[in-house]
Design a binder for this molecule. Structure first.
Ligand SMILES: [Cu+2]
Length: 394
C-alpha cells in the first residue's frame, strides 16, 4: 500500500529526474531547434499565401499615381503628393476594369447613410438621390461643373474608403467611339463583361422617360434611337434602382435607349468648338447644352445618346456610366483651364439659380453635398491636384 507521503516522495524523485534530464540538453540543440521552428512556421505561412493567391489571383498593376512636379496652385491650396491618375476606360487592363465594376457593385450592396433620402437604399443610391434633390440647383447655372466635380470626388472616395478600390475613377471619351464610326453598342464601355452592359431591351416607339426622345425628334435634332427597356446584360442588369425615375421613388430596372443619331454632337470636332471659348461662362454653356443652347452639346448629348435613366435630368446617376461621362466633362474643363492656366484657374462665373433672384457665382460659392460630404467652396475644387481632390487626367 502506498501512502500519501510515499507518493509525494515518488513525485519528488520524478521531478528531480526530469530536471536533471533537462539540464543535460545542450544549449546548441535548443538554439538549432528554435531556428528550425521559425523556419518551419515561415514555410507554412508562405504555403498559405500561395494557396490563397491560387483562389484570389494577385494582380500586378501599373502604378496609378504620377509624381507631381508642378508648382503650387494659384488658389492657395497645396498640391497632394500622389494624385490618382484618371484614365479612359479602354486603356485600362481587364483586371482594372473588373476592379472598378466590382467596387461599384460593392457600393450597390452597402446600406445608405443618407437616411433613405428620396428612397435611397444603398450607398450607390445616396449619390443618385442627392443629384435628384439638388438637380434644379446644379444644372444650367455657374456651379454646374464644380458641383459635379465634387460629386464625382465623393463617389471616388467612397469607392476607395468603403469598398477597398485602389484605382482612380475612369472616364468615357465618347468622341473616340464617334470618330471611329462604331455604333454605341460596340463601344468598349458597353461590353457585357469588361464594361457596363449594353442597350435596353427594345420597346417599339419608345419615347423616353419624359418624352424626351420625341421632343428631340420634333425639334428636328435627331430621330429616336432603339431600346428603351431594361438593360439585359452586363454587371448592372440585375441592380434594382430605388431612386427615380425623375423625382419619383420607385423600384425599377436600369433602362437604356441608345441613340446613334446623336453621335454628331459628340465628335472631337465638337469638343474643339467648345474648347475654343474664352470665358468660363461661354465654355460652360457650350459644354452643357440645351435648353440654354438651341441644340445638344457634349453634356446633354452624352446623356441622351445613352438614353433611359441617363437621359433623366434628375435620376441619371442611377446608370453607373454617368460617372464616366461626367469625368470626361470634368477632364475637358481641366484641359480648358490648362490652356491659359494662370487666369482660368480662378475663372468662375454664371448665375446661381435658373430663375431670378440669383447672385453671380464666384470662387466663394458653397457646394452643397447634403448628407454625403461637408460643404466646400468652388475655390477648393478649382485645382484637381490639391489635397482635397488629388487626381490628374491622362
Ligand atoms: Cu447632373
Amino acid at each position: 500500500m502506498v501512502n500519501m507521503y510515499e507518493k509525494k516522495k515518488d513525485n519528488g524523485d520524478a521531478e528531480r529526474a526530469a530536471a536533471v534530464a533537462e539540464s543535460r540538453i545542450p544549449t546548441w540543440l535548443i538554439f538549432v531547434s528554435s531556428i528550425l521552428l521559425v523556419f518551419l512556421s515561415s514555410l507554412l505561412a508562405f504555403l498559405a499565401v500561395i494557396a490563397f493567391s491560387a483562389v484570389h489571383p494577385i494582380v500586378i498593376r501599373p502604378p496609378l499615381t504620377t509624381p507631381n512636379t508642378t508648382s503650387p496652385t494659384s488658389t492657395g491650396a497645396s498640391l497632394c503628393a500622389h494624385p490618382a491618375l484618371r484614365q479612359e476606360w479602354r486603356v485600362l487592363s481587364n483586371a482594372q476594369k473588373l476592379d472598378y465594376i466590382t467596387a461599384v457593385q460593392c457600393l450597390q450592396r452597402l446600406p445608405s447613410i443618407s437616411d433613405n433620402l428620396r428612397g435611397a437604399k444603398t450607398r450607390f443610391d445616396d449619390f443618385q438621390a442627392i443629384h435628384v434633390v439638388l438637380s434644379e440647383e446644379v444644372h444650367l447655372v455657374g456651379q454646374f461643373l464644380p458641383w459635379h466635380r465634387r460629386l464625382l470626388n465623393m463617389f471616388e472616395v467612397a469607392l476607395r474608403e468603403e469598398c477597398g478600390f485602389q484605382g482612380a475613377l475612369p472616364y468615357w471619351d465618347w468622341s473616340r467611339d464617334v470618330d471611329s464610326g462604331i455604333p454605341l453598342v460596340k463601344s468598349p464601355v458597353f461590353d457585357a463583361v469588361y464594361g457596363f452592359g449594353g442597350n435596353g431591351a427594345d420597346i417599339p416607339n419608345y419615347a423616353g422617360q419624359f418624352g424626351n426622345l420625341s421632343t428631340m425628334a420634333s425639334a428636328g435634332w435627331v430621330a429616336p434611337g432603339t431600346g428603351g427597356g431594361c438593360v439585359v446584360d452586363g454587371p448592372f442588369a440585375a441592380y434594382n434602382l430605388s431612386v427615380g425615375p425623375g423625382t419619383n421613388t420607385t423600384n425599377h430596372c436600369l433602362q437604356r435607349a441608345f441613340n446613334d443619331n446623336i453621335r454628331g454632337f459628340l465628335s472631337s470636332a465638337k469638343i474643339a468648338e467648345v474648347a475654343r471659348q474664352t470665358t468660363f461662362e461661354a465654355f460652360r454653356i457650350e459644354l452643357e447644352g440645351a435648353p440654354v443652347t438651341a441644340t445638344m452639346r457634349l453634356h446633354d448629348g452624352g446623356h441622351n445618346a445613352v438614353g433611359g435613366e441617363m437621359a433623366d435630368r434628375y435620376s441619371s446617376p442611377g446608370d453607373p456610366i454617368f460617372y464616366l461621362h461626367h469625368a470626361f466633362l470634368d477632364k475637358l474643363w481641366w484641359q480648358w483651364v490648362g490652356m491659359n492656366f494662370s487666369s482660368r484657374i480662378a475663372d468662375m462665373s454664371g448665375r446661381s439659380t435658373v430663375d431670378p433672384p440669383f447672385v453671380n457665382v464666384t470662387l466663394d460659392f458653397g457646394l452643397d453635398m447634403m448628407a454625403i460630404a461637408p460643404k466646400v467652396t468652388i475655390r477648393e475644387v478649382m485645382d484637381i491636384r490639391n489635397d482635397l481632390l488629388c487626381y490628374i487626367y491622362e
